[in-house]
Each structure stands twice: as C-alpha cells, then as structure tokens.
Ligand binder design. Structure first.
Ligand code: 26Q
Length: 832
C-alpha cells in the first residue's frame, strides 16, 4: 500500500514531445507507434484498421488520464462539492473525435496520422458508438456532462453499462428489422474497469424489525438475493480546460456467495445458472415506448444502478468525514426523469436502517440532496409500478414509501382539510384500480427542486400532471430550458462552418461562449460572407449525398432543398404528417401547381420494436420513397429517403447538411426537443409548431426566420374538448382526401390495400395527434418554404440569422442555470 506521502502521480510530463502527454503532431505519432506495440502487441505490417483506431484512441486516452488524475487529486484535496447526475441513459456518441476537439489536437492528430499513412477520417469512422440511450433524454445527459466538465464543475455521472445498447436498425422490404447492438465486440478503449469499486445490491426477501442495543426501534432488510455491481469509468474531458470528470457505469455480476453455494451444496450447475441470471441485469437497454407491463428486470436495473451509485457516494463521503450529516452539502444529486427516482427511498434506507439516522433528520438530508427533472407531459409515459411487483423486488423500499406517503398526506390533509379527492390525486400510491407506485410523485416529494425542460413544458407541468404539487410548493418548481453542446454538434460535426465562423469572428471563443455568435448578424448582409456560408452548406450536402447513396442506393441532388426529420418515430412527432405532405407535393408536381424548389425529403429514426403504428409509418415512408424516386416525371424535383440506423454518429453527418428542420409535433406533446436546437445552430430553418423549445427558438431567431404552422396548445385542447372529428377535415379538403385515398388505394404498397389500412383508419376515425387538423396549414407553410428556397440570398440571410441567434441554446447556459439555481456549486479549476 502506498503511503499518503508517496507521490501518487507520475512525474511531470516530460515535455511537448513526450509519447504519453505531448500534444504536438510528433508526440502523437510516437504515441500511436508506442501504443500499437505496447498496448496492442501489433506491428504496422499486420495492423488492421481497428488496430490503428485503437492505437490512436489509447494515445488520446493517455493524455486524458494525465488530466484525470490531476482533477481527482484536486477534488480530493479541496473536498469539493460535487454534482452527481443519475441517469439510466447516456447517449454519448463516438469519443475519439470529441476528445480530439476538447484536447485541441485535431490538426496535430491529422498530421500525425498522415505521417503514418493512416486516414484520420477512416479511423474516426471505425469507432462504434456506445448507444446507451434511446434518444433525447440520454443525449441531453451526454451534452450536460460535456458542459459540466467545460465549466469545471466537479461531477460524477452515474448510469448503467448495458452490454447491448439501443438496437441497431436495418430496413428489409421497407420495414424495420432490429439487430442487437454488440458495441463492445472490438473492445472499448475509453473505459477503465474498477473491479475493486464494487457493491452488493439486494433484491426481494423481507424486512425484520426489533430494538437495537440502545432500545431504539430499528428495521433491517434481509434480501433474498444479492448481486454485485462493478464500476467501469470513462473520462469526460472539458473543452480547452484540464478538468476531466468521471462517468461511472455499473455492470452486474454474480455475488461471491454463489461460488460458496456450489461448494457447499455440490450444485455446481445451479450456481452457474444463478451467475448467468445475475449478469442478465445489465444486459440490455429497454427501448422507450415498449409495453412495460410486468417488466421486473427494468425495475431491477433502476434500483441496481441507483443503489450502487448511492453506496459509492456514501463511501466517498465517509472517506473524509466521520458521519453522513453533511451528505447534502457534499453531493447535489440530480434525477434525470423518474428512472432513478427510487433513490429517494434508497437514501432513506441507507440513512435510517444502515446508518442509524432519525427519520426526520434523514428526510431533511434526502430532500436537500435531490433535484428532479421531468421530461414528459404524456400521462401514459409517467412511470408507475404495480404494487405486487414492487413488493416482491423491493419490500423494504415499499415500506419506506408508505411511511413517506403517510407523513406527506398528513401534510396535505392539514393544508386542505376534508379534500379527499386531492389526497387520492397526490398520493404516492395510485389506488384507483389495481394499485401502483407513482414514481413521479415520489421524485417530487423527495426533492427540493423540480424542473421542466422548456419554458412551455414547465408551465404546462404546473398546470397539468404536477398541478397539485405546484399549488402546494410553488417555490420548488422552475424551468431549465434544455441546451446542446456546440463542441460536438458544431465544432466537430460541422468543421467547415466552425472554420468560417472562427475566421469571421477573429477567434474561436464562440465555442465556449456561444452568445458571441451574435456578431455574425452583421455579416448576413455581406454578399461575400453569404457566398461562403452557402459553400459550406453545399459541401456538407455533397458529403451527405454520398452517405445516402451508400446506405440507401438513392441518388440525390445536393443543390435541392434538404428537408430533414430526424428523431424517434412516434405518432406525436407526426412523421406521417410529413409523409402526407410529400404525397401532396408529388401530386402537385404532376399537375405543375405552383413554383417550388426541388426537394430531397430525408427521414431517420428508430421505432420501438413493439410499437406497431410507428413501424407502419416507417413502412409508409419507404413505400412513398419507392414510388416517388422511380417516377421519371418528378424525379428531378423530388426524392425521398429513409436513412437507416439513426444514431449520434449519423446525426453528426446529417445535421450539417440540413436546409429545413422538421419540428412538427402536436402542440403540447414534445417536452422540449433538442434536435431542433442542433439543426438551427447549423443553419437549417425550422418548420414547426408552437411546441416545446420551438417556442423559444422562434422567439430568439425572430418570427420572420421561422416557418410556423399548426394549432397552438389552447386550440388543441379546445378542439379535443369539443369532440374532434377528423373526418370533417377530410370532407372540407379535397387535396387531403385525395392524398389519403392514394395511401388507401395501395399506390405505395404495390397495390396492397390492406397494408396501410390501420394507419388510414386510425387517422380518419380517431387521429389523437390532430394530423388531419393541422394538414392544411402545414402544406401551405411548406409551399412558403419551397418558394423561399428559390430566393437563395434571402434563404441564406435567414439561415445565418438562425446560427447567429442560437447562443441561448448552448448546454453551457443550461448547466450554468442548474449550478446556480439548483445545485449551488462553483467551478474548481484544475491547474497544470
Ligand atoms: C421508461 C420505462 C421503461 C423503459 C423505457 C423508459 C423510457 C426510456 C426513455 C422512457 C422515456 C425515455 C426517454 C424519454 C425522452 O427522451 N424524452 C425526451 O427528453 C428530451 C430531453 O429533455 C426532450 O427534449 C424531449 O422532448 C423528450 O421527449
């Protein structure tokens, strides 16, 4: 064991050319050679592309580790207050490019690889991304880690190391096919296993009560089964700073007792079976929108990672403190949606049952510790667990939740005497039929701060799903409009635009102070700048046209309007509204109605494997693409492609190539959206509804630079309350009727009239997301778009103003607000 007086860190870096720490092209070249040999045991003549990628990755990692150790040492010395971001998902995207950007060595790495006859772009392409998330929520967590490191905030990200991330998507005969995501197959150079950082997590069993040696009533949980959680750490480097935080993901393994069991009972195969069962816990990420009924494993995953993370925080706190009294001063724990909200009960259990706290003291600590971010208004998306399931997985936690509930409801009753209906609505237990634990209520009651993710979303939260809680504790609620990291989504993904902006503004400070983009406004009237801006967009479109051809076989014209909708496939996001417009546009082109720009309509996104309607929408997009792309009368003016396997990597190629950003959800349904921000920041204009962050984007970029359509929330609510009849809209609109008839008639299904019947029937009979009600306004606005694009100068001006005015949507701004209003944390700079 090293004595504290021993130096724990290697000697200072040897100089700019050192193979492990130097940042020059020469040092990086040495590092690649070194790592190929010493980390991989390879020599150049037989090295594969993956070997070369790994050698470069290890070279970058060496530089990260230097900064990481300095960072952790500083936090340890200063006992820094720390943010713990708990999230069941982190959708990180490939690490290599991002780390090159944040280290400031992209150019040096290019030079070094060239000198070794390697193609940097091919190596970047080689990395398989960790798809440890479904979409927006997981990607937001990743953007926030980037900003936390960049703002030099001590942070621990905690989550699950899924062996299989979000499924991979292939398209066969126009339909989605799911493929397991074996992201770890070729090794993961970015993670460091920490087998010594491991915790036992209990499940099932029962709770025992009695009195302790001091005569106090105590409860102890005796689990029926134990699983071990092992830490895997990934360094998260900030942009142009030395701060390198930790993302700590937990992997499930069998508890050692199984080895003993085999020995004691002679049941070797039984023990092996238990081992396999334990490791199943972190096997696979659950897709969003899957039917969750009785998904015991999902609840177990949530508790597993939460328990490991809280035990880890307790260990860290007790390293330097005799008690846990100061826990809430050491850690600000943020709950990313309700997925980790069992943390409220688990911290209570750790404090009361294990560390002997009085209930009231423990409750104060718990409430001061947690903040909760809500990401949805859809009532069907709020997490509830059936009581019997909950009781069998977490019997002691259920008791604790009952106790929290009893005390909480007493408070409600004191404030609103006799209001039984209110008690029923606010209870942590839904007792309207079969009983459920309401995780959102647990999160609100157990936190000192609750926030929504866009202005409109936060306002609606207080008026709808959390109304009673907002009335009781208005000060607990706030808004934190989402943001995205300009490092990954501009500096890295759109290197041409970044170069142009840096040259125009004179330096690169905009990448960490995004409001500086404002200074581009005055260049919008400069014809030379507009020309350069158009060149950038065109080159990006040419690059992406090649990707489309490779992945779909569809040839597209880079000078056409690239109309892009990229997000999970969901009825509320209304990809089918977009498709109906494509069909209308195609018909109009046949009849030569109106002057409009040639278009390429691009879709990408995954449908939950069990979500039938979403899968049918994918089928329809591909059916329309097949017919439209083959039509010799229109193929010079209209192309459609569904680009398979949407992920962060593909987003980085697609976003810089977009002219038009489709943000067309039914008003009131999209909590925020973040793709809307990324696209506008890269010079796409938005066609969108007054939903989520679209409202704020429109306000920032100016109404004249945004194509608005659709019913606002109040109208949506009114129409529904009055009894919405979609057929009425078909009767009134000949074009809509004909478009629907084309779908129903089998035009896009090779004559099969059955295939799309469920979709057409649903639209005509129910249409819960008001596709038909918004159709007319959407098609009219799309006509404005088509006309506007023909005036290249005007379009470019609008696009430039979009980029110039997106500073507010940097995740740095969002994180600064969380730090000040919720976490009360300050930067801790790392010297060196
Ligand atoms: C829950 C239980 C069981 C299995 C899966 C899930 C699950 C998983 C993921 C439920 C929801 C999600 C993801 C939600 C999500 O991505 N929400 C989006 O969050 C973004 C960031 O705040 C917002 O911009 C989007 O508007 C919101 O839809």
């Amino acid at each position: 064991m090293l004595k504290p007086s021993d130096s724990l860190v290697p000697s200072a870096p040897d100089g700019p050319d050192d193979a492990r720490t130097g940042l020059t092209a020469d040092a990086i070249k040495k590092g690649i050679r070194d790592n190929l040999f010493y980390a991989l045991g390879r020599f150049p003549a037989v090295a594969t592309r993956n070997d070369a990628y790994l050698a470069l990755a290890y070279t970058v990692r060496d530089r990260l580790l230097r900064r990481w150790v300095d960072t952790l040492h500083t936090y340890y010395r200063k006992q820094s207050r720390t943010v713990a971001y708990l999230s069941a998902e982190f959708l990180l995207g490939p690490h290599l490019g991002n780390n090159l950007v944040n280290l400031g060595v992209m150019a040096a790495a290019r030079e070094a690889t060239r000198a070794l006859d390697l193609d940097l772009d091919a190596l970047l392409e080689q990395e398989e991304e960790p798809g440890l998330g479904n979409g927006g929520l997981g990607r937001l967590a990743a953007c926030y880690l980037d900003s936390l490191a960049t703002l030099q905030i001590p942070t621990l990200g905690y989550g699950i190391r899924y062996e299989f991330g979000i499924f991979d998507q292939a398209i066969r005969d126009g339909a989605q096919v799911e493929i397991t995501d074996k992201w770890l197959r070729l090794g993961n150079p970015w993670e460091i296993p920490r087998p010594e950082i491991a915790y036992d997590v209990g499940f099932g069993g029962r709770s025992l009560s009695g009195t302790d040696e001091r005569g106090r009533y105590r409860v102890r949980w005796v689990p029926g089964r134990l699983i071990k959680g092992i830490a895997y750490d990934t360094p998260i480097l900030g942009f142009e700073v030395r701060t390198t935080n930790i993302l700590r993901l937990w992997k499930a393994e069998a508890h050692e007792s199984f080895d003993l069991d085999a020995f004691n009972t002679g049941d070797y195969w039984g023990a092996v079976n238990d081992k396999v069962a334990s490791e199943n816990l972190t096997k696979v990420l659950y897709p969003r929108d899957e039917d969750l009924a009785g998904k015991r494993l999902r609840l177990e995953q949530q508790y597993f990672f939460v328990s490991c993370s809280l035990q880890d925080m307790v260990r860290l706190q007790l390293q330097t403190n005799p008690t846990l009294d100061g826990f809430a001063r050491k850690f600000a724990v943020q709950l990313n949606d309700t997925h980790p909200s069992i943390a409220v009960a688990e911290l209570m259990r750790l404090l009361v049952d294990v560390h002997g706290f009085e209930w009231d003291t423990a409750w104060d600590v718990t409430r001061q510790t947690f903040g909760y971010t809500n990401h949805t208004l859809l009532p069907e998306a709020l997490e509830c667990w059936p009581l019997p399931l909950f009781a069998s997985v977490l019997p002691r936690h259920l008791e604790i939740i009952f106790e929290i509930n009893q005390r909480f409801l007493a408070e409600v009753a004191a404030r609103w005497p006799g209001d039984d209906d209110r008690l029923r609505r606010m209870s942590l237990i839904d007792e309207t039929g079969e009983r459920f634990v309401r995780m959102a209520h647990l999160a609100v009651v157990g936190s000192h701060a609750v926030n929504g993710v866009a202005k409109m979303h936060s306002e609606l939260l207080g008026k709808s799903v959390l109304r009673d809680f907002h009335e009781m504790w208005p000060d607990r609620f706030s808004n934190k409009t989402n943001g995205v990291t300009p490092r990954r989504f501009v500096v890295l993904a759109n290197q041409r635009l970044a170069q142009l902006v840096t040259t125009t503004l004179g330096d690169g400070r905009w990448a960490r102070e995004l409001d500086r983009l404002r200074a581009l406004e005055k260049h919008a009237t400069d014809a030379g700048f507009r020309q350069a801006f158009r060149q950038v967009k065109l080159a990006n479109k040419q690059d992406f046209a090649r990707v489309i051809a490779e992945r779909t076989g569809v040839r597209v014209d880079p000078s056409s309007l690239f109309d892009v909708q990229i997000k999970r496939i969901h009825e509320y996001k209304r990809q089918h509204l977009n498709v109906l417009h494509v069909i209308a546009l195609w018909r109009r082109m046949h009849e030569n109605v109106g002057k409009t720009a040639p278009r390429t309509v691009l879709f990408a996104g995954k449908a939950a494997p069990g979500y039938r309607m979403a899968k049918l929408i994918i089928r329809l997009i591909n059916g329309v693409a097949e017919v439209v792309n083959a039509d010799t009368r229109t193929r010079d003016r209209l192309r459609v492609a569904f680009v398979p396997a949407y992920n962060v990597k593909l987003a980085q190629q697609m976003i810089p190539a977009a002219d038009l950003s489709e943000q067309i959800s039914t008003a009131g349904m999209e909590a925020s959206g973040t793709g809307n921000m990324k696209l506008s920041m890269n010079g796409a204009l938005t066609i969108g509804t007054l939903d989520g962050a679209n409202v704020e984007i429109r306000q920032e970029v100016g109404a004249e630079n945004f194509f608005l359509f659709g019913l606002p929330v109040a109208e949506v609510q009114r129409l529904k309350a009055e009894g919405y009849r979609p057929a009425a809209f078909v009767e009134r609109d000949e074009e809509l009727a004909e478009v629907l008839e084309l779908v129903a008639s089998g035009t896009f299904s090779r004559g099969d009239r059955e295939l799309f019947r469920p979709l057409v029937d649903e639209l005509c009979a129910h249409d819960p997301y008001l596709v038909l009600a918004d159709f007319r306004d959407y098609v009219d606005r799309q006509a404005d778009v088509g006309k506007a694009f023909l005036d290249a100068d005007r379009w470019t001006k609008m696009a430039i103003l979009n980029v110039a005015r997106m500073g507010y949507f940097s995740s740095d701004r969002a994180i600064a607000e969380y730090c000040k209003d919720i976490w009360n944390v300050a930067p801790v700079p790392i010297g060196g």
